[in-house]
Design a protein around this ligand. Structure first.
Ligand code: ADP
Ligand code: MG
Ligand code: ZN
Length: 561
């Protein structure tokens, strides 16, 4: 252990000498110590957490070379340029080099003139490259963006599967370290299994950066919202993510027309156009980047003040990575997700379009559902995020997310909940949100009549609301854990134990009343978000008589059940 203590002191000196930082961040210190101790290490840290230093500093303290597997050519070049500028001997090998250039760099490594060599994962699949590497003294292999090895992740790269055979085929197995910002259990399992990390030390740190104000806004006029937001924050750098190229082009056009210095980025543009707009953004020549999720992996721009999602992403991992590009410098920043139910349809469509096996598909639907639950949640969004990623937290509300800042009063929604739950119960828990909504609305649609649901006591009990409002309400109950959806393309709503308690009158449902669609202004929040009571009905009192009569019947059903 003595050796390691000495090394940590050296590590800190190097951090000051080369990087000019007085100290490691807490997570970095643990990871560096683990790597210097020779253990395989898995470091999970949010975007901007400082993963690079975790392998760069140990690289300087180890006798041989550290090979860094990195997924993006542009990212590799940026990092190597930065290292060289600091006086650290580093190089990269990728497809932009000629054979001669690549060989020169390998020779330099063999002479011990390099501490870090960055390579694209595809290299590791090449026989000649593996042979060359076998002749070098490699102390450590660091795998950056390691979630790319997992099919459960959102950036699966087949060539990451070559990492493990490569490492284990070397004459002497180096220590292996993997880094990512993605911390779901499946992805973690995959990284350990597929990279064959040997009894690794795993470190997960701070997903909930407290400078980020997370918001989910439902039912906004998205375009207007964005135009207003950018107008009032136009001088600050920000990213707007949209689901499709078409949407990106449209928003980009509108912003340009309004005189906003905006750029765009998506896979339909040429490499050159993409590179130019990325550079322009990095150097603040443009302020707003409108992009699909093709933009951003490994972008090191610390002063992004906001990330707006024009559409809900497909899962929490993707969301956290994209939103996490805001505020990497620790300054207060906004992460705003503009949600509409149409986004769910879009994501389902994308899942269906993508040929894949059933297991994977089911998993994607499950993750999508968790993303939707996050969007409908009325409790602190940071809790929601930390809970999802399994990170421990003291249950103190963050105070700055849209749930924490929601000024609408909590209202007693017990009766609404009882109506919905009893309807689901009467429908034998065999149908999805939309049919339940149709029944509560009292709709005459074919399916309702075909099943005879127009004869149910709960039929039409929410006829004063739109079906959309009813669905939203049901989704809120799902997000709050009263109900659950089964997995798959056509999820069925099921009652959870808590719903039974509500039906039996043992549990009161306090929620922020959802707003009726009609009350929503065009894009402005403010006044439309004030407190209101049970807005989309005559209010509990008007329906109470019949409801309570029905509930007596339902309670009897339940007792018999
Ligand atoms: P990640 O790969 O985790 O997204 P990076 O390695 O790109 O993050 O680091 C993000 C930023 O944080 C960089 O600008 C980096 O220089 C800075 N940084 C990293 N470690 C420290 C530290 N100990 N003190 C101050 N700044 C740091
Ligand atoms: Mg990184
Ligand atoms: Zn909060």
């Amino acid at each position: 252990m003595k050796v390691q203590t000495a090394s940590m002191e050296q590590a800190q000196q190097l951090l000051q000498k080369y990087y000019g930082y007085p100290d490691f961040r807490e997570g970095q210190r643990k990871i560096v110590a683990s790597m210097l101790g020779g253990a395989d290490t898995l470091g999970i840290m949010p975007t901007g957490g400082g993963k690079s230093i975790c392998y760069q500093i140990p690289a300087l303290l180890q006798p041989g070379l550290t090979l860094v597997v990195s997924p993006l050519i542009s990212l590799m070049k940026d990092q190597v340029d930065a290292l060289i500028a600091m006086g650290i001997p580093a190089a990269f090998i990728n497809s932009t080099l000629s054979g001669k250039e690549a060989n020169d760099r390998i020779r330099a490594a063999r002479r011990g003139e390099l501490k870090l060599l960055y390579v694209a994962p595809e290299r590791l699949e090449l026989d000649w490259f593996r042979e060359e590497m076998g002749t070098l003294d490699i102390s450590c292999v660091a795998v950056d963006e390691a979630h790319c090895v997992s099919q459960w992740g959102h950036d699966f790269r087949t060539s990451y599967l070559a990492v493990s055979p490569f490492v284990n085929g070397l004459p002497r197995r180096p220590t292996l370290a993997a880094f990512t910002a993605t911390a779901t259990p499946e992805v973690m399992d995959d990284m350990i299994r597929l990279l064959r990390l040997d009894n690794p030390s795993v470190f997960v740190t701070g997903l909930g950066r407290d400078n980020l104000a997370m918001s989910v806004l439902r039912g906004e006029n998205k375009r207007e919202y964005i135009m207003n937001y950018v107008e009032t924050h136009g001088h600050q750098p920000g990213i707007i993510y949209a689901a499709t190229r078409k949407e990106v082009d449209d928003l980009y056009g509108r912003l340009r027309q309004a005189g906003v210095p905006a750029g765009r980025y998506h896979a339909g543009l040429s490499d050159r156009e993409r590179e130019e707009s990325q550079e322009a953004f990095l150097y603040d020549d443009i302020r707003v980047m409108v992009a699909t999720n093709a933009f951003g992996m490994g972008i090191d721009k610390s002063n992004v003040r906001y990330v707006i999602h024009f559409n809900m992403p497909k899962n929490m991992e993707a969301y956290v990575q994209e939103a996490g590009r805001a505020g990497r410098d620790g300054e207060p920043s906004d992460c705003i997700l503009l949600f509409s139910p149409q986004d769910i349809m879009t994501q389902k469509f994308l899942i269906e379009q993508n040929p894949q096996d059933e297991d994977r598909k089911r998993n994607e639907y499950r993750k999508l559902q968790q993303m939707v639950e996050y969007c409908y949640s009325t409790s602190c969004l940071r809790w929601g995020m930390l809970d999802y990623f399994g990170e421990a937290h003291d249950r103190t509300p963050c105070g700055i997310c849209s749930s924490c800042r929601d000024e609408r009063e909590l209202v007693d929604m017990t009766v609404d909940a009882q109506i919905v739950f009893s309807c689901i119960h009467r429908m034998r828990e065999r149908f999805g949100v939309s049919l339940v909504s149709s029944v509560l609305k009292g709709s005459q649609n074919k399916k309702v009549l075909q099943y005879g649901f127009d004869k149910l006591p709960t039929y039409g009990m929410m006829r004063r609301r739109t079906e959309k409002e009813i669905s939203e309400l049901i989704n809120m109950f799902i997000a709050e854990g009263y109900l659950a959806l089964t997995e798959g393309q056509y999820p069925v709503v099921r009652l959870q134990p808590l719903a039974g308690d509500v039906l039996r009158g043992k549990h009161q449902v306090m929620m922020r009343a959802p707003e009726p669609a009609s009350a929503k202004g065009a894009g402005t929040s403010g006044s439309s978000r004030r407190a209101r009571g049970s807005v989309y009905d005559d209010g509990p009192s008007a329906v109470n008589e019949t409801v309570f009569e029905q509930l007596r019947l339902i309670r009897r059903d339940l007792a018999e059940k």
